[in-house]
Design a protein around this ligand. Structure first.
Ligand SMILES: Cc1cc2nc3c(=O)[nH]c(=O)nc-3n(C[C@H](O)[C@H](O)[C@H](O)COP(=O)(O)OP(=O)(O)OC[C@H]3O[C@@H](n4cnc5c(N)ncnc54)[C@H](O)[C@@H]3O)c2cc1C
Length: 470
């Protein structure tokens, strides 16, 4: 049933769409159909998402049918679970949504989870906690497990202790461009298994993921919030903390200039504050000793750092539940030496004119440096920090912030390191050159060879696209 019409001509014949709907279990929706807008809704409404057709896949056979349809109708294919990343589906696109594949199974003996492609992190955290286990989730309970993990998966709670989430995947089910359902493991299709864990949707659509869990039930964590005017003292103390942090301590520091809009809580909206986010897998006394110099570096506005059940981890970052329009960019950086700290204070400190809303440095190192046997293609193993810049609003607001970011990145160039965290790459950095720069050169070449083997026609191109090697 039609409720509205888009302003481009339909490229999919409704009769063909109706025929497809008889062959799949989930919905098949054209622009204007009832439910189309809800099915295409993203976490980031700044990015238009108007596919020619959307298929709500209920399982691998729906994905296969949708792929065959896209091939027959010469449509590009995009995949979406929660819409936390830019999808940019347009009128020559078939969008496959995965949220109906929402099963979670925990194997407490093997300490593994198996999840469908539509699962979000909180579901896994809650299911694993019943067995005294925890996954390598990120800061937000609402982010999708598969998209996060295929982009490396930088855990905000246990990253430095256990490494990249993508390195702890043990098996994945994927539908490749030729329509085949494959299971990839270290032994079966090892090159596909390596490449998918770092190329997101470039090689196919993952329908299920199996990964390791860890025996963690509690953490000592929370946030320390300081007035922005004390940014210098806080950043210097944070630099000292991270220079000697044990692997059990995973932290980040964020310079927050939050707009005065209700999506952000009082008393933070409309002010400049500095937030240090803390997760420690150990005794409270040990963490308190590590944090003492930070707590006394400047007046603390809010201190929530305390012992908590692992299931409460989302309180550390309190990420907005959204949806909210935003743009993002990222850079990899070296350790916070005195000259880098001075440059950061000059560029984003209290005296700087900063149009971006959130500038965060996530601390890497620890196990994130390791390349374990069977590691995937993702992972910034030589960087010490990931810089994540987020500007909130539509293009009129984020445009100036993004132009300003060019200057920031130029100023930080002396400390910039190879590669980018794939999960923080925004729409502005999807050019061939920018995607290439996200990987070490040898990794990109190997991924391009895998791409030419599994998706030579580049059916999966609506992502941070890796071109097939020629
Ligand atoms: C508030 C917030 C907090 C975040 N915190 C963290 C964090 O702590 N650590 C971190 O590493 N990242 C973090 N991220 C980034 C997040 O991991 C990425 O945005 C990730 O891509 C989201 O995946 P999704 O499935 O939720 O989003 P979607 O937009 O649905 O998917 C994003 C992309 O993932 C790929 N993808 C999704 N599903 C599939 C599939 N079934 N098969 C193949 N490819 C697929 C596709 O390329 C798709 O375009 C955060 C993002 C936000 C907005």
């Amino acid at each position: 049933m039609t409720e509205s019409s888009n302003d481009y001509p339909a490229v999919v014949d409704p009769a063909a769409a109706a025929e497809l709907s008889h062959r799949v279990a989930g919905p098949v929706l054209l622009p204007g159909d009832k439910g189309y807008a809800e099915e295409c809704a993203t976490y980031n409404p700044a990015v238009p998402n108007n596919p020619a057709l959307v298929v709500g896949a209920a399982g691998p056979s729906d994905v296969q049918a949708a792929l065959a349809f896209a091939k027959a109708h010469d449509l590009a294919v995009a995949v979406m679970n929660t819409g936390h990343t830019t999808v940019v589906a347009n009128d020559r696109t078939l969008l496959i949504t995965t949220r109906r594949m929402d099963e979670v199974t925990i194997d407490p003996v093997a300490r593994r989870a198996r999840v469908g492609a539509g699962v979000r992190w909180q579901q896994v955290v809650d299911a694993a906690a019943k067995h005294g286990l925890a996954p390598l989730n990120g800061s937000s309970p609402l982010v999708g497990v598969v998209g996060y993990t295929l982009g490396g998966g930088l855990s905000a709670t246990m990253g430095r202790k256990y490494g990249w989430a993508s390195d702890h995947v043990t098996a994945l089910d994927i539908v490749t461009a030729d329509g085949q359902v494959r299971q990839a493991t270290a032994d079966a299709e090892p090159e596909l298994f390596w490449a998918v864990r770092g190329s997101k949707s470039n090689l196919g659509i993952v329908t299920a993921l199996e990964f390791e869990l860890f025996p963690v039930t509690r953490l000592y964590g929370g946030v320390l919030i300081f007035p922005g005017e004390h940014a210098e003292a806080v950043l210097r103390a944070y630099a000292t903390l991270t220079a000697r942090a044990p692997d059990e301590l995973t932290t980040s520091i964020a310079f927050m200039r939050l707009p005065d809009v209700p999506v952000f809580p009082e008393p933070l909206r409309g002010t400049f504050t500095v937030h240090v986010r803390v997760s420690f897998l150990g005794a409270a006394a040990e963490a308190d000793a590590l944090l003492a110099p930070l707590r006394t570096a400047a007046p603390v506005m809010i201190d929530t750092v305390a012992d908590m059940p692992y299931t409460d981890y989302a309180a550390i970052y309190s990420d907005p539940e959204g949806p909210a329009p935003f743009a993002e960019r990222t850079l990899s950086l070296s350790p916070l030496t005195g000259d880098l700290v001075a440059e950061l204070l000059a560029s984003i400190g209290p005296a700087a004119d900063v149009p971006a809303d959130i500038i965060e440095l996530r601390h890497l190192g620890g196990a994130l440096r390791d390349t374990p046997a069977g590691a995937g293609a993702a992972g910034l193993r030589t960087s010490e920090f990931v810089l994540w810049v987020v500007a909130v609003g539509g293009p009129d607001l984020t445009g100036p912030a993004l132009r300003w970011t060019d200057g920031l990145f130029a100023a930080l160039e002396p400390w910039a390191l190879e590669g980018k965290h794939l999960n923080f790459i925004g729409q502005e950095d999807l050019s061939d050159e920018a995607v290439r720069a996200a990987y070490p050169a040898a990794t990109y070449s190997r991924l391009a060879r895998a791409k030419s083997g599994y998706d030579p026609a580049n059916v999966f191109r609506l992502n941070h696209n890796i071109k097939p090697a020629v």
